[in-house]
Write a protein of this length. Sequence first.
Length: 229
Amino acid sequence: MKKITIAIDGHSSCGKSTMAKSLAREIGYIYIDTGAMYRAVTLYCIENNLITEDGINEKALKEQLPNVRVDFQQDPETKLPLTHLNGRNVEREIRTMAVSTKVSPVAALGFVREAMVRQQQLMGEQKGIVMDGRDVGTVIFPNAELKIFVTASAEIRAQRRYDELTAKGETCNYEEILKNVLERDHIDSTRAVSPLRKADDAIELDNSHMTIPEQKEWLLARFNEAAQK
Ligand code: DC
């Protein structure tokens, strides 16, 4: 079977990462969560006071961005990639509401996207990769052999994020999460640079009423079809 590139795009909190991660593990491909990279840059901004009530200090971020190193290191136990910001494991911190509420405006900045896309293209140069995000099939790898566009209703996505945060012990509020999901959908889909949209040749999956094993099986079947073409 030939090695291919798999692009999984879609709305926030629709379970893209869960699907992508489990497929990558099953088929022995590298998994890259591009959202984690934007989250890590956002954490950097928060920690360095680059986000204030007046918005993002774009000038300072542009100057400092070449020194913001985001990469992934494998967890020796789970074998899953852990996001590192300048050498520090930030996997937990980047998933908090504090970061979720600030990440969309950071991800909408053209110069931030350019820098991230460059790194993402390098990571996928050898193929054999499953990458998830918003612009993988449209901008990062427009020639990917398999493109999936995942969606689910906003209420179901908010419930999933609520369950995920609660399971991690974070105190959260469903209404606040739903508001954040809708806000992020809006910013991600209407931004000027690389807005979230389905690539013309992507296969759409609405997983609102699918279990995780059902999604996994569906995706594996799409992979087998694409890799044998
Ligand atoms: O998938 P996620 O929720 O972790 O993504 C975090 C944010 O980053 C989300 O608001 C959209 C943005 N993002 C993006 O603009 N492009 C990507 N390739 C991945 C994520």
